[in-house]
Ligand binder design. Sequence first.
Ligand code: ZN
Length: 269
Amino acid sequence: MPELPEVQTIINGLNRIVIAKTISSIIEKRQGTLVFEKGLKICEFGKIKSIERRGKYIIIKTSKDLKLIVHLRMTGKLIFEKDLNNTSSHSRAEIIFSDKTKLIFDDVRTFGKIQIVNSNEIINALQKLGIEPLSDEFNAEYLKNKLKNRKAPIKNVLLDQTVIAGLGNIYVAEILFRAKIHPAIPANKIETVSLKRIVLETKNVMQEAIKHNGTTISDYRSVEDKTGEFQNFLKVYSKKICECGVEIQKIKQAGRSTYFCHKCQNYET
Ligand SMILES: [Zn+2]
């Protein structure tokens, strides 16, 4: 599933390729992929004015005050295509530009969506999102406040998008490994000194992963159809042996696989 660094890499690619292009139409290839705001009347889509990220969402703003909010979910991809006659094997929707190029929304598992709304309309899911991990406001104090009443394991709480926006299973495993925190510790039991390590390593991991264009474990690709490189720098996720020589443990937490080293990530808080 694309997490913050993959979504940011996609946005960086979109900003190189499709900014200022005029959208002539948006074609739905699979019913239910496009979700229009109720009562919205569109005469023209306009030019792409800006492309921004919030959590794992891509927000494309146009000169006609429309927002296309793309949520890639499990397997969604945006593929730029220069030839209108070409498509991809799992094309669900296509944004057609006036210069006869297009952006294909390809999604094998079909959980992804593109919401089309008026600029002033507020999206519920976006409103509930927690803090951006790379913002200055994300610090130990913020985390302490958010975690004080949460008895759930720290791993599960870090995945909660209403606490921190953009983290997923791969990066939370790496963050907790680097911060030397056991993933099953109740979130409210973690001391400030450890919270500071979590904050620091969250920022480090996010920045490094963006620098390496994200992580490709299975099907993530950038807009230019390139894989990420951060999979070469993972220390614990999907690994068998830790750099300390001990076997990596794999457990299930809230239905998701958690990887950790019981020697490097001890149970102390
Ligand atoms: Zn270890």
